[in-house]
Design a protein around this ligand. Structure first.
Ligand code: NAD
Length: 253
């Protein structure tokens, strides 16, 4: 390969040059930071969330800052609604270049106190939905010969703590799904990355644990910048897994 060809390949690596990014849970927390990073990198971002008003506020702020963003009302546990939304986005915007499976929920409760409904809800959001969304976008990405799916995992996929059994099961599962998807998707030119995040200063932790020292956590922007870095790799390179931890948190050694 000549230097010129390598240069051309680099230019064409750029999912971030323009392109469409669908971010689940884009209304707040890490999802909102990812929307900001990718919009600032030149992408048109679609922030999909059940918290539609908040997603709209997030996107309005991005548009006011000169970026391209739109909110989408979507419950990712509703598989037919996900399929329909993706079809509509592809038809209107011409394709989806990047899917960020970011939305996630947790319930702090002992195994024998958790209800089956709570277990099902957590698995539906954290594990089934990334599969449903990936299944829906993959054929479009395959047809265009490129695309990138990023799954937001957690240190909860690497070790366990008490009262988070469904969360651990789903994040461990999501890490496994992400690697399995990577194997199949790279065959058709689509990249897949699992971003294993440590504790972040988002409502996910701060709302549930008001006594938690925020100084032990990291700014979600740091993880969003990692997502951008992962997406910016040259066409010939993929990062299947990356871990981003706060310096002081102890959930991973
Ligand atoms: P958050 O609670 O602040 O935001 C999650 C977003 O997902 C919310 O806007 C929520 O409305 C949305 N969402 C929930 N259920 C949905 C559904 N059914 N359909 C559509 N949207 C839905 O959480 P966060 O901290 O920003 O978490 C983002 C991701 O990062 C999650 O996958 C979480 O597991 C992961 N994570 C978080 C931490 C942390 O310390 N905050 C650490 C590691 C990994």
């Amino acid at each position: 390969m000549t230097t010129e060809q390598i240069g051309t390949q680099r230019q064409h690596s750029g999912e971030l040059d323009a392109g469409i990014a669908l971010v689940t849970g884009g209304a707040r927390g890490l999802g909102a930071e990812i929307c900001r990073e990718l919009a600032a990198a030149g992408m048109h971002v679609v922030a999909a969330d059940v918290l539609f008003d908040l997603a709209r506020d997030t996107c309005d702020q991005l548009v006011a800052d000169g970026y391209e963003a739109e909110a989408l009302r979507l419950d990712i546990t509703d598989a037919p609604a996900v399929d329909q939304a993706i079809k509509a986005l592809v038809a209107r915007l011409g394709g989806i270049d990047v899917l960020i499976n970011n939305a996630g929920i947790d319930k702090t409760v002992a195994i024998d106190e958790m209800t089956v409904e709570e277990w099902d809800r957590i698995t539906a959001v954290n594990l089934r939905a990334p599969y449903v969304l990936s299944r829906a976008v993959l054929p479009h990405m395959r047809d265009r010969g490129h695309g990138h799916i990023v799954n937001i995992v957690s240190t909860a996929a690497k070790r366990a703590w008490a009262n988070a059994s469904a969360y651990h099961a789903t994040k461990w599962g999501l890490l496994g799904f992400s690697h399995a998807l990577h194997v199949e998707a790279r065959e058709v030119g689509v990249k897949v990355t699992a971003v294993v995040a440590g504790g972040m200063r988002t409502p996910f932790l701060l709302d549930r644990f008001p006594d938690l020292d925020p100084g032990l956590l990291q700014d979600p922007r740091n993880v969003a910048q990692t997502v951008r870095f992962v997406l910016s790799q040259p066409a010939e390179t993929v990062i299947p897994e990356v871990m981003v931890l706060p310096m002081r948190e102890t959930s991973w050694p």
